[in-house]
Write a protein of this length. Structure first.
Length: 1102
């Protein structure tokens, strides 16, 4: 039945399965018996044999598992090891299990009765350690080997009885922390904004956290008002009545020890004279007080003080100190009570002793008493006394009285510090004034010991100091000079490099400008007929000194808001760059004004349209960055990148060009960034021919009439010579003008009446009459020229005066500017009645010349400054004026000038020939204010200027057809007057306008009938120039005749002045001067009409 079992330990499972199969077979054989008798003995033998086989195989397998080493330890050693390393179970093993482990095998294998079960299997105690004990043993060994283990001390102490010393814990390595970024504390509470605005509000409550920060923190954060009266509770200072002592009551000094008393077994050596009593001896001896424990002290007693003056015997001998006790045997004096200011003064003078010839009298009673009093701090006092003796010896001070108490205090201050100064030592001397006079006497130090050595050392030190100081100052000067030279050279190189870069940049801008100008000329015909965008930049590119002389330069550039009227052409969109910020009210006004175009065309007020998408008004952002620099608009736009980007987006993919005012070099930079051409000449060309001398060259080349003049005058001698020659050749001219080359708006003009102030004028006039036609010869004029030249300097110095005295207050100032920039000497028209007129022209890129506008000037502030114009002109024959204008335009065209320009003429009646004269005066290569206002006049009237006869015509008014009865008689219909005249000005100035808002102003005008009739194309239109101060305006008055337009203009000025002025507040205005000039023009026109009627009547009679 039993099968052989292999002895490999890994076959344990297979062995058990085989045994189980054998037992099952045995059971089946018993159950399926053939009916034979079964012998119980045989059955027991078979079971016993099977059990023995299982037991044998089990023992073999357990022996193979447990016996992994060849040699096993003996029983005693195994037991001792278990006793040593079994740290947790110290009890004895179970006796029952021990007995069962030693029961004989025969007893255990006795056959069991039938039906009994096999005995339960029990674990057999194996020799050696269990796996759990082995684990504990390994952990204990590791704890023993590691002295830093927490179980090390416990294992050694419990198993071996060894008490180890404490080992400091190993410091764990902590990685460095990262710095915290940002705020690590919470912000402290501050006073709320509502409390800061309204101090009457109740202050917020103060929390405990805020209170811990302190009172100063609360005051700085505003939680406590700065003027609050604070009370600390409880108060850190407690009031207590101070005890006051009467300085006159001095406590008696403590009685000295009895003479007969033997102190410490030492006999005192007292030297007294027989005649002296005990009380006298006590008064002269320094007092040695009793010990504090033996001497009762009352509240009224105080420390005895020494006399202010040293006591001396009648014979002049000092009393010998009777005290021979050692320092450590002397009893300490009691501490003095707190003193009042009165008693403090006595304390200061309580210890005083003398020093004679630099030596302290150490045998005097005062010094001994001082030494005894400060015996505990005597070491530092001795050091201070040595410093004092050294100072007194060095300066040979004969006598000095020392304040001992102050000396003691000072010695404590300088005990561990540096040596005291002379001022510190003088502070302890009673007779300080006398000692100071001696010490600070020049040369006193050199009279002391080693005076010659000290003097020689002082001389050497002074000389060395002077020499080193001189060398050092020279070194500093050289170093400073080298630094200045180096910095100057570096700055020179950088500035040179920067100038070269700017010069190259300007050259590139100019080259690009010329390239785009050629391209514009080739494609102008196409651009003019198609869709285009005009970028209006009303920039006054004047010189810096002229711009600085304007107080309201931005407003002066904003007088051309009427350029927006270019949208009259349906193919034109306008981008207007405003030099000043505009209010919303101003923008709404221009939106409504420009929206009247449809109503003007139809004659119906209700036909208004929104044209906001046709124009853009842009304010550069750099205006706020340069509020006081008085830069021209082109420069501001150059430094406004956001505005430039916006403009570039607006014109992207469109035909566009720039129309400026006075050209400037920054116009080229702006055009180069936007990549658009400029409808203007080059800035340098424009500046050259806009000067007074430059325009004379153009007039001379054009062959037009000019006043007698000399230009390009730069020196005083040339001025006198040219003026003398002009006066000699033109004796009929009484007044002469001096004009600066580089000025603006008639400001740089001076006038002098030569005929009235020249002494030889009448003689020269007779000479010219005597020579007759030969007077034009130089030899005939020589005598008069010499006399006139001699008188000219005095006449100019006394009688020449500038026109604008605000800019040039005196002739000397004007003459200085005249000679620095050059100028022109020009004749004033020899007539009392003169008229100045302005003609605006345009030279297109393709060379076509157009006369755009012409008008007679109106003068209000100055006879040489244009305040306004009346359109069209009516004082010169159109053919004569057109001929002169086109000649000048041809001369400008030949010099590369294009764009808009204005020509000023003057006309008068020649007193000799009685013919009308037309002189060309000035040339301005710019887009003028009169041209901008004329564009507005054209926009609101839908009219056209006929340049052949200088008439401004509008479309006839549409009459409503009404049924009429047929009449037999024929009546002639009166023709409709389609002519219009306008009076334009952008210079209306009144300071009282600032107190009236625009809405109120327009209501006031409407109430007085000041407005514009769309149907009749007559009335008044305003331009808003100053949005915020509202002191300046522009105005157009349109009528069907010149007299009506002038009268309307004058009436409007009068009404506005009366409405915004009061008797006590007239304000600053130019209305009165304009009204006066307009009335003079009205009188002249009325007189001309009467004369014309008389001539017509005379012609009919003839």
């Amino acid at each position: 039945m039993m099968m052989e079992v292999e002895k490999r330990p890994e076959d344990v499972g297979q062995i058990l399965i085989k045994v189980q199969d054998d037992i099952r077979q045995l059971r089946e054989s018993l159950v399926k018996g053939d009916g034979k008798t079964i012998s119980i003995e045989e059955l027991e033998k078979a079971l016993s044999k099977t059990e023995q086989g299982l037991q044998l195989k089990t023992e073999q397998m357990l022996a193979q598992v447990n016996n992994q080493v060849q040699t096993l330890p003996n029983a005693n050693g195994l037991i001792s090891m278990e006793a040593t390393w079994d740290l947790h179970t110290q009890a004895k093993m179970d006796q029952t299990r021990m007995i069962q482990s030693y029961i004989p095998r025969e007893r255990l294998r006795q056959p069991q009765p039938p039906g009994s079960l096999l005995p339960l299997r029990r674990p057999i105690q194996m020799q050696g350690l269990t796996p759990g004990q082995q684990l504990k043993q390994g952990m204990a060994l590791r704890a023993v080997f590691n002295p830093y283990s927490q179980e090390n001390r416990n294992v050694l102490n419990s198993n071996f009885g060894i008490q180890l010393p404490l080992i400091p814990q190993k410091k764990e390595f902590k990685p460095p922390g990262k710095p915290l970024i940002g705020t690590t504390v919470e912000p402290l509470a501050v006073l709320p904004k509502a409390n800061r605005v309204d101090p009457q509000l109740a202050p917020p409550a103060i929390t405990e956290d805020d209170a811990r920060k302190g009172i100063m923190s609360l005051i700085e954060r505003g939680l406590i008002p700065p003027a609050a009266q604070l009370t600390l509770d409880p108060s850190p200072v407690h009031n207590k009545m101070a005890p006051l002592h009467n300085p006159t009551e001095k406590s008696k000094p403590p009685a000295p020890p009895e003479i007969a008393t033997n102190l410490a077994g030492i006999k005192l050596d007292l030297m007294t004279r027989p005649s002296d009593s005990v009380s006298e001896v006590q008064g002269k001896m320094p007092v040695i007080p009793r010990h504090q424990s033996r001497l009762p002290i009352s509240g009224k007693q105080s420390r005895a003080t020494s006399d202010k003056t040293r006591d001396s015997s009648p014979s002049g001998q000092n009393v010998k100190t009777p005290a021979t006790l050692k320092t450590y045997e002397m009893p300490l004096q009691p501490m003095p009570p707190p003193t009042t200011p009165a008693s403090g003064e006595i304390k200061i003078l309580s210890h005083r002793f003398a020093a004679q010839n630099g030596k302290i009298r150490d045998n005097s009673s005062e010094f001994l008493a001082f030494k005894q009093h400060y015996c505990l701090t005597w070491g530092s006092i001795v050091t201070m006394l040595k410093h004092l003796e050294r100072m007194l010896t060095n300066y040979t001070v004969p006598v000095a009285f020392i304040n001992g108490d102050r000396l003691a205090e000072l010695s404590l201050e300088f005990e561990l510090e540096q040596a005291p100064t002379i001022d510190d030592l003088l502070s302890i001397i009673v007779n300080r004034d006398d000692v100071e006079n001696i010490i600070f006497r020049p040369g006193r130090r050199f009279k002391g010991p080693n005076g010659q050595d000290v003097a020689s050392a002082k001389i050497q030190a002074t000389w060395k100091m002077y020499k080193e100081r001189t060398q050092y100052l020279e070194y500093r000067r050289h170093k400073w000079a080298s630094g200045v030279i180096a910095i100057s050279w570096i700055m020179h190189l950088k500035m040179t490099r920067l100038r070269q870069q700017l010069k190259q940049s300007c050259a590139d801008h100019l080259e690009n400008f010329r390239r785009r100008a050629k391209k514009l000329a080739l494609s102008w015909d196409r651009i003019k007929k198609g869709k285009r965008t005009i970028i209006h930049i009303p920039s006054l590119g004047l010189t810096q000194n002229i711009r600085d002389s304007f107080n309201d330069f931005g407003i002066r550039q904003n007088t051309q808001m009427a350029r927006l009227c270019d949208i009259r052409d349906s193919n034109v969109d306008v981008i207007f760059i405003s030099p000043v910020p505009l209010s919303e009210e101003t923008l709404q006004y221009y939106s409504k004004l420009l929206g009247l175009k449809a109503a003007i065309d139809s004659g119906n007020v209700e036909d208004q349209a929104d044209v906001v998408d046709r124009y853009k008004i842009i304010v550069p952002e750099a205006i706020k960055s340069f509020p006081t620099h008085r830069m021209c608009l082109s420069t501001i736009l150059k430094y406004s990148p956001r505005t430039l980007k916006r403009i570039k987006l607006l014109i992207k993919g469109k035909e566009a060009y720039i129309v400026t005012n006075v050209p400037h070099k920054d116009d080229l930079a702006v055009a180069d960034y936007l990549d658009v051409p400029i409808f203007a000449p080059e800035p340098e060309v424009s500046h050259l021919y806009s000067t007074k001398s430059g325009c004379k060259r153009i007039f001379a080349s054009a062959g037009v009439m000019m006043p007698p003049s000399e230009y390009d005058v730069y020196s005083l001698g040339q001025l006198f010579e040219c003026l003398a020659q002009l006066v000699t050749e033109n004796l009929l001219v009484k007044k002469w003008l001096f004009k600066l080359d580089d000025e603006f708006d008639g400001r740089g003009i001076a006038i002098c009446d030569i005929a009235e102030n020249l002494k030889c004028y009448k003689w020269a006039l007779k000479e010219s009459q005597r020579y007759g036609d030969k007077w034009s010869k130089k030899w005939a004029q020589e005598g008069a020229y010499i006399k006139i030249h001699a008188e000219i300097p005095e006449v100019l110095a006394k009688h020449a005066r500038p026109i604008n005295e605000r800019i040039y207050p005196t002739w000397d100032k004007f003459l200085e500017a005249f000679l620095s920039q050059g100028g022109v000497i020009e004749a004033c028209p020899p007539s009392e009645s003169i008229t100045t007129l302005t003609v605006d022209m345009c030279i297109e890129p393709n060379g076509k010349t157009t006369l755009v506008c012409c008008g007679d000037q109106i003068h209000a502030e100055s006879p040489f400054s244009c305040w306004g114009i009346s359109v069209p002109q009516s004082c010169v024959e159109p053919q004569v004026l057109n001929q002169a204008c086109f000649k000048i335009a041809d001369a400008c065209k030949s010099r590369g000038i294009l764009g808009y320009f204005a020509v000023d003429f003057v006309t008068f009646i020649d007193p000799v020939s009685m013919e009308q004269m037309l002189w060309a005066l000035d040339l301005n290569l710019q887009y003028s204010d009169s041209l901008a206002m004329f564009q507005l006049m054209t926009y609101v009237s839908n009219g056209v200027l006929d340049i052949s006869n200088h008439m401004f015509e509008v479309q006839p008014i549409k009459q409503d057809k009404k049924p009429r009865r047929r009449r037999l008689t024929h009546e002639e219909e009166v023709p409709v007057n389609t002519s219009r005249f306008g009076v334009l000005s952008t210079r209306l100035h009144h300071t009282n306008l600032s107190v009236v808002h625009y809405s109120v102003f327009f209501h006031m005008c409407r109430a007085h009938g000041i407005g514009y009739d769309i149907k009749e194309k007559q009335g008044t239109v305003f331009t808003l120039i100053d949005s915020f101060n509202r002191e300046k305006l522009g105005m157009i008055a349109i009528g069907d005749n010149l007299q009506g337009a002038l009268a309307t203009f004058a009436r409007n000025l009068s009404v506005i002045h009366q409405e915004i002025s009061a008797p006590n507040m007239q304000g600053e205005t130019n209305f009165s001067g304009a009204i006066e000039d307009v009335e003079n023009i009205l009188g002249t026109t009325s007189q001309n009409e009467e004369d014309e009627k008389d001539d017509n009547k005379n012609g009919v009679k003839d």
